[in-house]
Design a protein. Structure first.
Length: 207
């Protein structure tokens, strides 16, 4: 196999496919270049993106190119670069003997999309879990308040019994029934002020 011919031909083809995006970093002793990949949603301010950097070896494509990841965006603690590199290496081994960079770029693109889908799903699950926890906490708070009110009412009833309040109220009620003649007249709402004055004058009740 003419490795130099295979490599040069692939670089030309890739430059045509990724025109404007592919950047050639070195040409000697072997071609080194980068191609950007990104997940869905990245152009909207979310998602994942990086550059895959490939360096040919003397026997590429009968052996894997050197693969590096550069200019990661939004990877943080979301993406393990080593997992992506391992995935690309596995894909490359399945394509030994054939130029494979386009296949590896496509595999990397798909991997980012799948990873971003998982991230979005986990976010949604965390949001739902928080909503559920908040609802349960609110329910417990409501139930706790209800029990507290019921307990307070029971305590107050027992407290009044212990303090003799019901008995006192009963005595006061009986005392109200023992009204004097004047008090009975005063409780009669049908009597107006002139009637009461007349009664006062007639009976000599003190004012």
């Amino acid at each position: 196999m003419d490795y130099n011919y295979e490599q040069t031909s692939e670089v030309e083809a890739l430059d045509s496919i990724y025109f404007g995006d592919m950047a050639v970093i070195e040409t000697k002793p072997f071609h080194k270049f980068s191609i950007p990949i990104k997940s869905e949603g990245f152009d909207d301010g979310e998602g994942l993106a990086c550059h895959l950097v490939f360096t040919y070896t003397s026997k590429y494509p009968d052996e894997l190119p050197i693969i590096e990841i550069d200019n990661e965006e939004n990877f943080d603690n979301i993406v393990d670069k080593e997992e992506l590199l391992t995935h690309l290496a596995e894909q490359g081994k399945e394509n030994l003997g054939m130029v494979m960079v386009f296949t590896l770029v496509s595999a990397g693109q798909e991997w980012l999309n799948e990873t971003w889908d998982k991230v979005k799903k986990e976010r949604e699950e965390r949001i739902l879990a928080k909503q559920k926890a908040d609802e349960e906490a609110e329910l417990k708070r409501f139930e706790g308040t209800r029990v507290t009110v019921e307990s307070f009412l029971a305590w107050r009833k027992q407290f009044e019994i212990d303090m003799g309040i019901p008995a006192k109220r009963e005595r006061e009620a009986k005392d109200k029934n023992k009204l004097t003649g004047r008090e009975l007249f005063l409780q009669d709402t049908t009597l107006n002020e002139s009637d009461l004055k007349f009664l006062d004058d007639e009976n000599g009740w003190p004012h």
